[in-house]
Ligand binder design. Sequence first.
Ligand code: PNS
Length: 164
Amino acid sequence: MRAKAIYPGSFDPLTNGHLDLIERGAKIFDHLVVAILQNSEKAPPLFSVPERVEMLTEAIEGLGLDNVSVATFRGLLVEFATQQHARAILRGIRAISDYEYELQMALMNRRLAPGVETVFLMSAEKYSYLSSRLIKNVFELGGSVEGLVPQTVIHRLEARAAKR
Ligand code: PNS
């Protein structure tokens, strides 16, 4: 059986830490679906869902990963995973501080869908402090995020800054 996994998240914006995890996941699973949550409780988003789809698609194409696709979902993650016939949910752990939140989600998801396993991968240590929240904060205050997010995100951030 071919193993398919879902890598869910907000990706607002996509960071090099996410891309690092996508590359690792693509080596383990036959197919990886990067899934953007549409009805996030985190408000307000910096980029719209279609913009995030475009940035992820461009970055994944840039890496030449042909077993990775991009999708969006709303509602329960495990329902989306089941619809997709995915056997696993992929999540990244950066530091011990991520663990409690991730453990809660993984156990709740297991209760809801015992057939779907959560697989954790450690992100590269050079990106271990990186988060979309920090990128947004640094960008909004005029700091450089060069080297921390893919070029496609830099271009869109610059376009945003130019409109201000
Ligand atoms: O990038 P994020 O914000 O850490 O991703 C969080 C995400 C999208 C994985 C999580 O919020 C999620 O799965 N939301 C979907 C709703 C759901 O299934 N809730 C129950 C999970 S315990």
